[in-house]
Design a protein around this ligand. Structure first.
Ligand code: TYM
Length: 346
């Protein structure tokens, strides 16, 4: 099979509370890349179950992420949108990568340490092996580019390490089968834009997160206009006026975060935002930010609820996407089985 020179893959977990960080750090990037690349966007439900998910909630959340993708402008006809569990090759390749990745590599993953916390012994084996499944997601398509927020950087480095080790461990077999020596490409993370790490609205030192117990810490994609305005009004700031230059944002994490959010939503640089608001008080800036956020997010929330009113339609989109995804992964997995030395149905 001829290798595609550029292929984008990314995923979002259906764990509820999709927020502005997911939107600005990932989904807006997904939308933009559609113009120039072949894109595959996955609702990573197998990743979600590495921590307990209420089954009915999980089903609802899978549809919600799908609706968020489409409402934000991802085109499921031109590109591929599906849920991970419907393409069995993800789980199969993940197992093979469990046997390539080293315990020491996974032990270094900061996300595992954060999520497992003090209860490491009680964490699921799946949570520990999570990054190998993520590598499988990407490499089952030989994807070359992966748009993500800053927090996924370490997982992408691990994906590259797994690809590299596989290519080296099986080099002789890869050659004897006549496959390209770069059997798996080393995918590049695309961590771009002014909002690769959106912080909590309550604490500029913490990432905006789905699991923060305070709903005031994040703007959810499903929040209504009043809720968005209230959360921005209540967002933590400092007593100084806004600086006129970006250097003035150093050591002011809350101001930096709000300026980053404004800039990303308005598709401009932080310098441009500050050239307008520098020297002014937060109250005026926050009022404009609230209006801007409502203007950008309300249509998405509206479209999401319209789509979610017809779950059968969403399920059809996912099934169709899964069929098209399998058309890519199935021949790649045949090659992987060959290279490893497994016997398979011809
Ligand atoms: P997840 O579901 O936690 O987040 C989805 C995407 O949103 C980005 N993100 C943020 N960006 C900026 N600021 C924030 N506060 C913020 N919070 C989240 C994440 O970086 C991510 O891009 N492991 C992944 C899902 C995944 C995946 C993959 C991604 C599974 N397989 C293969 C890429 C390729 C995750 O947990 O994302």
């Amino acid at each position: 099979m001829a290798a595609v020179s550029h292929r984008v893959f990314s995923g979002v977990q259906p764990t509820g509370n999709l927020h502005l960080g997911n939107y600005l750090g990932a989904i807006t990037r997904f939308v933009a890349l559609q113009e120039t690349h072949e894109c595959i966007y996955c609702v990573v439900d197998l990743h979600a179950i590495t921590t307990w998910q209420e089954p009915a909630e999980l089903t609802k959340n899978i549809r919600e992420v799908t609706a968020a993708f489409i409402a934000s402008g991802i085109d499921p006809d031109k590109h591929i949108v599906f849920n991970q569990s419907q393409v069995v090759e993800h789980a199969e390749l993940a197992w093979m990568f469990n046997c390539v990745a080293r315990m020491g590599w996974l032990n270094r993953m900061t996300q595992f340490k954060e999520k497992a916390g003090k209860h490491r012994e009680n964490a699921s084996v799946g949570l520990f092996a999570y990054p190998a499944l993520m590598a499988a997601d990407i490499l089952a398509y030989r994807a070359t580019h992966v748009p993500v927020g800053e927090d996924q950087k370490q997982h992408l480095e691990l994906t590259r390490d797994i690809a590299q080790k596989f290519n080296v461990d099986f080099a002789a077999s890869i050659a004897s089968h006549g496959y390209d020596e770069t059997f798996f490409p080393l995918p590049e993370p695309l961590i771009t834009g002014p909002a690769t790490r959106v912080m909590s609205l309550r604490d500029g030192a913490k990432k905006m997160s789905k699991s923060d117990p305070s709903d005031l810490s994040r703007i959810n994609l499903t929040d209504d206009a009043d809720t968005i305005a209230k959360k921005i009004r209540k967002a933590k700031t400092d007593p100084e006026p806004l600086p006129s230059e970006t250097e003035g944002l150093a050591d002011r994490p809350e101001a930096d975060n709000l300026v980053g959010i404004f800039s990303a939503l308005n598709d401009q640089t932080a310098a441009q935002t500050l050239s307008h608001y520098g020297g002014g008080q937060f109250s005026e800036f926050k009022a404009d930010l609230a209006n801007l956020a409502v203007e950008k997010l309300s249509p998405i929330a509206g479209e999401m609820s319209r789509l979610l009113a017809d779950p059968a339609h969403i399920d059809t989109i996912l099934c169709d996407g899964a069929d098209r995804a399998r058309a890519i992964t199935s021949p790649i997995l045949r090659q992987v089985r060959d290279v490893i030395g497994l016997i398979q149905r011809s």
